[in-house]
Design a protein around this ligand. Structure first.
Ligand code: PAF
Length: 282
């Protein structure tokens, strides 16, 4: 497995593999890998000849009061996991390599970021779209794999690939959960024991919503009310949003609109100092 930190070397390596007729699949990550990431990589390996992983904690997607400095890092361990899974290369640039002095070009979508996480994280999706575009240009993959846990991110990347004619197939992989239902996330590491148990309410509120729809409830307001009640039963949870929205546009279902098609229920909360998100298709 090659470990590459320079853009020039990464692109040269990908070009060489492409010249040999190999297909490349890419899994971008911010490291501190967990089973969710490994599932993306395993899916990737099924889809192409060579798997390339990137590990880069992208400063452009963190707001000024967010956790860039404390974001968990474990590079040695991450590299071992990538090696074990059979990655052909891991790209580990530093911030200076990705955003050199004088950097001033960003990729921004006009509508999708105006929903859900974009409302409370105003620079997040601009940072994601910019870094993913750069990584695609550097790694030159045929395919790339993203998790559905970040449903809005996946939707936005699919849109961006279409809008910019990037010719990369985007593969979405279902959320990987712990045995008790908590969606896997590098940020789960921040949770203390009692927060870890309170965090189960996220999945429980989504399951309750699904159950309500299955038993015929079509009114999104009633489902949202139930979900809020479940989350608010824990004093440590501060709801950022709980939304039921259109799967493609992420527009909230309007007043009086019925659930008459598959819709996305998504939520974000602060649990102590940790921001957690989860979602489910209803
Ligand atoms: O989902 C993530 O880990 C990040 O947002 C990504 C796609 C690697 C971009 O930094």
């Amino acid at each position: 497995m090659k470990i590459i930190s320079s853009i020039k070397e990464m692109t040269a390596h990908s070009e060489e593999l492409r010249r040999k007729g190999r297909t490349l699949v890419f899994v971008p990550t911010m490291g501190f890998l967990h089973k969710g990431h490994l599932t993306l990589m395993e899916e990737g390996k099924k889809q192409a000849d060579d798997l390339i992983v990137s590990i880069f904690v992208n400063p452009a997607q963190f707001g000024p009061n967010e956790d860039l400095d404390t974001y968990p890092r474990a590079l040695e361990r991450d590299l071992e996991l990538c090696e074990k899974i059979g990655a052909a290369a891991v790209f580990t640039p530093d911030a200076g390599e990705m955003y050199p002095e004088g950097f001033q070009t960003y990729v921004e979508l006009t509508r999708l970021p105006l929903h859900l996480c974009g409302l409370s994280r105003p620079v997040f999706f601009r940072g994601v779209a910019t870094v993913v575009t750069k990584l695609f240009n550097i790694v030159r993959p045929h395919k790339a794999v993203f998790g559905q846990k970040d449903f809005q991110q996946l939707t936005l990347i699919r849109q961006m690939v279409r809008d910019l004619s990037l010719n990369i197939e985007i593969i979405g992989v279902p959320i990987v959960r712990e045995a008790d239902g908590l969606a896997m996330s590098s940020r789960n590491k921040y949770l203390n024991e009692s927060e870890r148990s309170d965090a189960l309410l996220l999945h429980q509120s989504l399951l309750k919503a699904k159950e309500m729809v299955a038993s015929g409830e079509k009114n999104p307001a009633r489902i949202l009310e139930q979900a809020r009640q479940i989350l608010n039963s824990c004093p440590g949870i501060k709801i950022d949003y709980v939304s039921i929205c259109d799967i493609a546009t992420l527009d909230n279902l309007g007043e009086g609109e019925r659930i008459d098609r598959p819709v996305l229920m998504a939520l974000a909360v602060m649990l102590g100092k940790t921001r957690l998100i989860d979602n489910m298709i209803l």
